[in-house]
Design a protein around this ligand. Structure first.
Ligand code: NAP
Length: 534
């Protein structure tokens, strides 16, 4: 059966929930489609041990409704996944969103009909939709890289990707557990399970710069403090560089070496991402500043690890890559986990994992690590992956997966030339692809999309698409901004280098959240300059 709607929203995470709410409030008929059995998106799928925020809880909330904001209270500065999932359930119930979402349903195909200017959307449950607009709220880290090693299906124990961690959990107590990957996810898993498991083998390829997290509990006083800042947060978050509450305040060249160290020490002690996102902007552009700040972080890590062998495996080396040129994880006693007798760090940099065998993990030199459970914290096909896994066919036979296999291009990270009336959030070439407090950016993008749809309706337009020139201009501006940073020179999911064959491009817009927002507003103000409306 085909259901006719005005808008189909794919995904019921932070972006999808708010997008459904807005369009429904604006009088459109809206259908949400969600692969999970409930709402939450990232916070539904990533239920691995230790999953938690590293944005401060009170800045991750929606700011469009003061009562919705103030009627929810957090237990600590950086709460864990169960609490975050509960918060999204609270929002869903408050806004009565569930009735418009089809759960346990995955969108498999979307075809644009040039005659009608509408999309036909198909799902794996056999439902189909005839819709004017398709809005992909599919998340920037929701396409897990599950098939990473040969022989995975031969493993006799349990093998799981963190992005598909079972709802009922896994029995890890006393078991021989292997964790592959030490990104933000692996680190949270390792620090959480180290004292529960029998043996923990951590397979480390590229060492990570890490920062210690401080997550004080919130009582009535702290809760009253952050709630009293609602107006300030609403005003400031959208205009800072990364959508967090803090912004760059210091200039490296203005300070003496002693003053710089004082600033770094002070910010390091904050226990947040501030050292990365709001210490010295020069670290992203200037090799020398990057080298000095990287050295500061390496020393902090080495002091805690003490053991030269551990330092060699776990601390990035000078010249490898700079601090903050890919995602910096926050941690709690992560490094100390390696000081335990039951935990071993195994470097797979020069002796890579060759395959998974029935007994465990086999390295290139033939060494086999026998395991009961393998936790794959190996990451995602970020930014483009979720939409590229759907068979999306736009105008003139253009297929989104094929287009992005050649070159990852979008306009504002919101639309793509050749795909009329397809909107996206958390997609490449916008800050929401990586460099952002997600809720700040997803609110801004979904609000822009809503305004755009209402503008079309008010002006008797039914189809909207970026022009070829408009897209060229955005891609050129994006590249100019991104390629000026050291991020573009570092391998990670930020540049797509974690997926074999993926065209290299910095996924996130690097000009800053506030600048991006202003550019989006200016484009709308000029009647959607760079887009064709018909
Ligand atoms: P990731 O950052 O891409 O890390 C993947 C890890 O797996 C890396 O250490 C990588 O090593 C390793 N790996 C991949 N293939 C491998 C192989 N064949 N052999 C050995 N190691 C391999 O993925 P992630 O940790 O899932 O994090 C993704 C993003 O999710 C984060 O950057 C962050 O934005 C987000 N996240 C957020 C939170 C939070 O704040 N609340 C928590 C977790 C994740 P190489 O570096 O050598 O490739």
């Amino acid at each position: 059966m085909t259901t006719k709607v005005d808008a189909l929203v794919i995904g019921a995470g932070v972006a999808g929930l708010y997008q459904i709410h807005q369009l429904r409030e604006a009088g459109l008929s809206v259908q949400g489609v969600e692969a999970g059995s409930d709402v939450g998106g990232t916070w539904y799928w990533n239920r691995y041990p230790g999953a938690k925020f590293d944005s401060e809880s009170y800045i991750y909330q929606y700011l469009f409704d003061e009562d919705l904001y103030k009627d929810w209270s957090w237990s600590e500065r950086f709460p864990g996944q169960p609490e975050i999932e509960q918060w999204l359930h609270y929002v869903t119930d408050r806004l009565d969103l569930r009735k418009d979402i089809r759960f346990s349903t995955r969108v498999t195909k979307a075809d644009f009909n040039e005659d009608t200017g509408r999309w036909r959307v198909e799902t794996d449950t056999g439902d189909s939709y005839d819709t004017q607009f398709v809005i992909g709220c599919t998340g920037m880290l929701s396409a897990p890289l599950e098939d990473r090693f040969p022989g995975q299906t031969s493993f006799k124990g349990a093998i799981v990707h963190t992005g598909k961690y079972p709802k009922d959990g896994l029995d890890l107590d006393g078991k021989r557990v292997g964790v592959i990957g030490t990104g933000a996810t692996g680190i949270q898993v390792i620090q959480t399970i180290a004292d529960r498991v029998g043996e923990l083998k951590v397979f480390v390829r590229t060492p990570q710069y890490v920062l210690p997290m401080k997550s004080p509990k919130y009582g009535p006083e702290e809760t009253a403090w952050y709630k009293s800042r609602f107006d300030e947060l609403k005003r400031n978050l959208p205009i800072t560089f990364t959508g967090f509450e803090y912004d760059f305040e210091n200039t490296w060249s203005d300070l003496t070496p002693e003053e710089r160290l004082e600033v770094l020490e002070d910010i390091h002690a904050d226990g947040s991402l501030k050292l990365w996102l709001a210490s010295f902007a020069e670290m992203f552009f200037d090799e020398e500043v990057s080298a000095e700040i990287s050295q500061f972080v390496r020393e902090k890590m080495s002091e805690r690890l003490k053991d030269p062998k551990l330092i060699d495996i776990l601390v990035p080396k000078a010249g490898d890559y700079g601090f903050g040129t890919h995602r910096v994880p926050l941690e709690t006693n992560y490094l100390e986990a390696y000081l335990r007798d039951n935990v071993e760090a195994i470097s797979v940099r020069d002796n890579p994992i060759a395959e998974i065998v029935p007994e465990g993990v086999k390295l290139q030199d033939g060494t086999v690590y026998e395991l009961d459970v393998i936790i794959m914290a190996v990451g995602f096909d970020a930014g483009s992956g979720a939409l590229a896994r759907i068979d999306i066919n736009g105008r003139d036979g253009m297929n989104l997966r094929d287009e992005w296999a050649k070159d990852i291009r979008t306009t504002l990270g919101i639309q793509k030339y050749g795909f009329p009336n397809l909107f996206m959030t958390g997609a490449p070439l916008a800050p929401s692809a990586a460099l952002c407090n997600m809720t700040t950016c997803l609110q801004q993008q979904t609000e822009w999309i809503t305004d755009c749809i209402l503008y079309m309706r008010a002006h008797g337009k039914s189809v909207m698409e970026p022009t070829a020139d408009g897209e060229d201009a955005w891609v050129a501006h994006h590249d100019e901004t991104a390629n000026a940073t050291l991020i573009s020179k570092t391998d990670s999911w930020y540049t797509g280098s974690n997926v074999e064959g993926k065209p290299r491009r910095v996924l996130s817009y690097c000009g800053g959240v506030g600048t991006y927002r202003q550019k989006c507003l200016d484009i709308a103000e000029k009647g959607y300059e760079g887009f064709e409306l018909a």
